[in-house]
Write a protein that binds this ligand. Structure first.
Ligand SMILES: Cc1ncc(COP(=O)(O)O)c(C=O)c1O
Length: 411
């Protein structure tokens, strides 16, 4: 099977650079090279000595050491493989772990690569709605059977040009953050071969609670678990969001600096896994990108060495944007429900019934230059994804013109 089109990409490519206010992106506004080097206090001449031969296939030793330092002491550089973005890391892991007919579960809605590649490999996908709000919902969920929940939204044929029979559930229900509140245990109800935990979660902004982590600490299932921890550097309370990497022999993780630090063009990601799986992943990578770009690798290393200094102003800007939206979302009548992210950079807001997300996103963009992503691109009609990575002055101006446009429309 071939992967379907990547639904968010066309729109992102079209609007990410030209929008007046970019709320469509899941990363922060990107540095240019001069400002990155300034922030790192590195002279541009230091780039001149970077050799342009192949880097080591597993990634530079010093970079793997810095990456290992982001995790508990049981993670060493030998547990790390540097990859070209998280996309390559995930592609390799899915190919190594999955076979046709395997069951895969994940929190829904989801970043498309997390289920499209397993679908391409012939796997069956079980969509689980995360506990969006807090532990209250997990308590409500107790005692109800898996089948009683909105465990899958409709795969609207007009949304996904192919309605795929491998999505395990085709009910006509919709994602509802207040109603369908499932904790992490629900990912394992069908005994999948692999559970994917994207945490903090894109697109909903959901973070796991203590009950979820307790379950993972005492994990005694057989499923493999991949923690996609792309947004780990943007926790609002701690230095780093807690990682599931190697908490259990079956737990692996992927990570990246690109979205949180505003350096998406560097395309550096990584895998954290047991040494034997890292060896297999390295061998698989030899057939793909083989090695990463040495300039990117050098800059990634410097960013990680100075990560606390670099992330602090970024985190403050994101918090500022989230606060501004908190004070203003109720002035946008088309938004029916809004839950801000508890970590990371995005949230998934519900539109009033009957509003079509693509039409709404187009009209908003055409009238104000504010770019948001339609829920339809996440195969969940009736929602929009809002990103908080824009510069605060642009963010505020964008939200103000969004409000003004809404209010003029409703007169
Ligand atoms: C949850 C998640 N995983 C993986 C990726 C892919 O990341 P990369 O750009 O590092 O390939 C993204 C990108 O947006 C993402 O949001």
């Amino acid at each position: 099977m071939k992967p379907r089109e990547f639904f968010i990409e066309d729109r992102l490519e079209k609007f990410r650079l030209e929008s007046v206010c970019n709320l469509g992106e899941s990363g922060v506004r990107n540095f240019d090279l001069d400002s990155l080097l300034n922030a790192l206090d590195i002279p541009i001449s230091s780039l001149g000595k970077i050799p342009l031969h192949d880097s080591p296939n597993s990634g530079r030793q010093d970079l793997r050491e810095e990456i290992a330092n982001l995790y508990d002491t049981n993670v060493t550089p030998d547990n790390i493989l540097v990859t070209t973005g998280t996309s390559e890391a995930l592609f390799i892991l899915f190919n190594l772990l999955l076979e046709k007919g395997d069951q895969v579960s994940l929190f829904w809605p989801a970043f498309q690569a997390l289920y499209e590649i397993p679908l391409m490999l012939g796997c069956k996908i079980d969509k689980i709605f995360p506990n969006q709000m807090n532990s209250e919902f997990a308590i409500q969920a107790k005692g109800l059977s898996h089948a009683n929940f909105d465990i899958a939204s409709n795969l609207n044929a007009s949304i996904s040009n192919v309605s795929n029979p491998n999505f395990s559930d085709q009910s006509s229900k919709k994602w509802n953050p207040n109603k369908a509140s499932l904790g992490v245990t629900h990912l394992f109800k069908t005994k999948p071969k692999l559970a994917i935990i994207n945490h903090p979660h894109n697109p909903t902004g959901y973070s796991m609670n203590d009950t979820d982590w307790k379950f993972l600490e005492n994990y005694n299932e057989e499923s493999f678990v991949i923690f996609d921890e792309h947004y780990r550097f943007l926790d609002f309370e701690k230095d780093l969001t807690r990682s599931g990497a190697l908490m259990h022999p079956n737990f692996l993780a992927t990570g990246s600096i690109t979205k949180c630090f505003g350096v998406v063009g560097l395309k550096i990601g990584w895998i954290v896994a047991k040494e034997n799986l890292i060896a297999q992943a390295r061998s698989f990578k030899d057939y793909l990108t083989h090695t990463v770009n040495p300039i990117s690798e050098f800059l990634a290393l410097e960013i990680l060495k100075q990560r606390k200094k670099i992330i602090e102003p970024i985190r403050n800007k994101v918090i500022d944007n989230i606060q501004y939206m908190r004070n203003n979302y109720h002035k946008i009548p088309s938004i029916e429900e809004y839950h801000e992210p508890s970590a990371g950079l995005v949230c998934f807001a519900k539109l009033q019934p009957g509003i079509l997300s693509e039409k709404y996103a187009d009209e908003l963009y055409n009238n104000t230059g504010v770019f948001i992503l339609p829920g339809k691109n996440f195969e969940e009609e009736g929602y929009i994804r809002i990103g908080f990575g824009e510069e605060p002055d642009r963010f505020r101006k964008g939200i103000d013109s969004w409000i003004q446009w809404e209010n003029e429309r409703s007169i």
